[in-house]
Structures are given as C-alpha cells and as structure tokens.
Ligand binder design. Structure first.
Ligand code: SF4
Length: 245
C-alpha cells in the first residue's frame, strides 16, 4: 500500500479530496454501496480512492470470459497492491454455451442485435446480479468520454436496477485522471500505453489512431452513436440534480 494521504493531492492537478468527499457522502447516505469497475483508467482512480480512504464501498468487476490478458493481469496486480478484495461476477455458463451453440462465439460482428445479445449475457445480466441487494452504485464514467455521455450527471436514478447511481468522476478531465494515476502510482491496464484509451472485451476493442475519438476503438464496426453495452444506458435513468450529489 502506498502511504500518501489522499487529501494531500488536492492541489496536484486533480481534485482527489473532492472525489473522496463525494464517495464518503455516498457511503454515509446509503447502507450497501457498490462500485462497478471495468478496470479502466477512471475505475482505477475510483478504486484507489475507495481502498486508500478505507471507505465502506464494495468493489466488483465483471469477468465476461472474453477480457484481454492485460486486464486479467491488472486484476492480479490489484491483489498485490491493495488489501481489499475485488468481487468478480461472471456470466451464466448455460447462457454463454447456448449463445455460442446457436450463433457462434464471434457472432457479435454479424449484427448489432447479436452484439447486444452477447453483451446482455456477458455484462447486463451479471451486472444485475452484482447489484442485487445493494442500495446504491457508483461508476467511473466521465462526460468527456463519449457523445453518449455528454449529459452525464453526478447523481441519477437508475430505474432499471431500482437504485441511485453515482458518477463521481463525471466532471473530471482525462488529464486529471492520468495526473492522479501517475502521481499516486496507481496500477493501470498495460493496453493504455499501446493506444487503447477505452478497454472492453478483447474481440470488441482495438487501438485507436491519432486524432480518433477515445471510444473509437470500441465496437468500431458500429455507428458511433450506438457504442454502449447496455449497462449504462437506460431510457428509465433520470438525472437527480446536475452539479451536485
Ligand atoms: S463487449 Fe463484445 S465480447 Fe464483450 S460482451 Fe459485448 S459483444 Fe460480447
């Protein structure tokens, strides 16, 4: 574990103190809070803040069964760095076998419908299981990440899961995320250094070229307005306030 007090980084180019205050406020308001980590750069910042400040927020991730080796390596490095566990939720074996048998393992390239079906089995359903019994959940989403996230509030009601959902990094910039990671030597996915700003499953993620949108490497064969797996987009999700928790 590193020994740098998290609040001391307030003036180091990223608002770490504000992040911890937001997380403390969430943990104080709700009983069972969980942070859903995809192990991306932003999620490593939130997990580091939770673990370092010893906040009573559970941290979990979804192992879709198709994660890149580098993402699994990062999970191992987290185990070495922090004393807290990252809970892992996996898709149902029968559902995965049924999809593969009916459509083929890589049918996700054939149509948006089959891609979303794969995401439903490997991400959406396991997420619902991971959130069952929680009172609120936290993400590492930022507004600047995608055209689908420009209106992302700090706090919203996620009616799909019946929970309040918090996005405490909504107003952070990419520079602030990386300043935090470098300053505090937070472990991060090795693919970030190879042109992958956004990392998902191996078959659905590629490196981006200079000047491309940060999400251009996700489901690159689909329209840019459609690039969500279904776990963060719901017609039922409503903002609760815009600038405050
Ligand atoms: S990102 Fe790709 S491999 Fe992963 S669940 Fe979605 S479609 Fe399947």
């Amino acid at each position: 574990m590193h020994g740098q007090p998290i609040a001391s980084s307030q003036n180091s180019g990223y608002p770490a103190g504000i992040l911890v205050s937001r997380l403390k406020e969430i943990a104080g308001e709700f009983g069972h809070v969980a942070f859903a980590s995809s192990l991306g750069a932003e999620d490593m910042v939130v997990a580091d803040a939770i673990f370092t400040a010893e906040l009573p927020i559970a941290v979990f991730t979804l192992d879709t069964g198709r994660l890149p080796r580098e993402t699994l390596d990062l999970l191992e490095r987290m185990r070495g760095r922090y004393s807290r566990e990252v809970e892992i939720f996996r898709p149902g074996a029968d559902e995965v076998a049924g999809y593969v048998s009916a459509h083929g393992a890589n049918a996700l390239y054939e149509s948006v419908e089959l891609r979303k079906k794969c995401c439903h089995i490997r991400k959406v359903e396991p997420l619902a299981r991971a959130l069952a019994g929680r009172d609120a959940w936290v993400t590492g989403l930022r507004r600047a990440q995608s055209v689908t996230r420009t209106d992302l509030p700090l706090r919203e009601f996620d009616a799909t899961h019946g929970l309040v959902k918090f996005n405490p990094l909504a107003d952070w910039s990419e520079e602030e995320v990386w300043a935090y990671i470098r300053d505090r030597e937070v472990p991060y996915n090795a693919l970030h250094d190879r042109g992958y700003p956004s990392i998902g499953c191996d078959p659905c993620t590629r490196a981006i070229r200079p000047g491309e949108d940060v999400r251009a490497g996700r489901w690159w064969w689909e329209s840019k307005d459609n690039k969500e797996c279904g776990i963060h987009v719901s017609p039922l999700t409503k903002p609760i306030g815009e600038k405050t928790l």
